[in-house]
Design a protein around this ligand. Structure first.
Ligand SMILES: *Cc1c(COP(=O)(O)O)cnc(C)c1O
Length: 245
């Protein structure tokens, strides 16, 4: 595991941000992509409100959160700032009611039932948001998401919904030190996106890559990388703790 340093002040945070941005630029130069195609989405789960305010001061205004109630509490505490809240983690359909009011984007749609609830609640709020389908590319039972073979069918079924638009696919790569295995997950998502895009041209984006693997993800076509620890420092607990229901 890499060592992610927790910044002790605003300058330190700024340095971490610029290091990540330099890494993005370097990898893009290496492979001939335009760094402007890649959105760096800071992931603020477990962080205190002050850290988010600091990141906002540095010019970031979209943040990824993976737990419903935590996201809601932060939205409420920071309503005075024009922040975009992006839910990147699993959402149980009985919790849609807590988030429909404020999330500006959702990266983990993985069932028709959830899609129905989301559409219904967004309609009540008179809101429309962009959505990504989460795909399980790693065959790990611990990961959420539809199987790759099911993604197109779910997108077909979602065409009836008016309040969200599917703009891309999202995945978490296998938790492995083996870069080949990690890359295979990202390739699976990209190939799937290419197939789906022939039928649904609006399905363009690839939300993939985190602190430990965003360079591989960018090489494989990521458009949205979700980065927490490389910016804000190591979290105390391992990821499966945050990804549990
Ligand atoms: C926590 C999390 C991330 C970011 O992970 P880091 O290791 O902090 O970069 C990305 N995606 C999801 C779904 C997460 O829950």
């Amino acid at each position: 595991m890499e060592h992610f340093v927790t910044p002790s002040n605003l300058i330190g945070l700024q340095q971490n941000f610029s290091e990540v941005q330099q890494q993005i630029t370097a990898i893009c130069q290496k492979i001939g992509r335009n760094p402007a195609e890649i959105r760096l989405l800071p992931v603020t789960k477990t962080l205190a409100i002050e850290k988010i305010e600091q990141a906002y001061q540095l010019g970031f205004c979209s943040f990824g959160e993976n737990k419903v109630l935590e996201a809601k509490a932060k939205y409420e505490a920071l309503q005075h700032l024009p922040i975009h809240w992006i839910l990147i983690g699993h959402l149980q359909s009985n919790k849609v009611k807590y988030v429909a009011k404020f999330i500006d984007e959702f990266h983990a749609l993985d069932s028709l039932k959830l899609a129905e609830k989301l559409n219904h609640r967004l309609l009540l709020e008179q809101r429309k948001i962009p959505v990504f389908i989460q795909v399980n590319t790693s065959n790990e039972h611990s990961k959420f998401g539809v199987e790759p073979e099911q993604a197109l069918a779910l997108i077909d079924q979602c065409q009836q919904f008016t309040q969200f638009k599917i703009i891309g696919l999202m995945t978490l790569a296998i938790h492995s030190q083996d870069a080949v295995e990690v890359r295979r997950c990202f390739q699976t998502l990209r190939v799937l996106r290419d197939q789906i895009q022939k039928i649904y041209p609006d399905v363009q984006r690839l939300s993939m890559g985190m602190s430990g693997d965003f360079e591989i993800a960018i090489e494989e076509g990521a458009t949205d990388i979700r980065v927490g620890q490389a910016i804000f420092g190591a979290r105390a607990l391992p990821d499966h703790y945050y990804w549990a229901e």
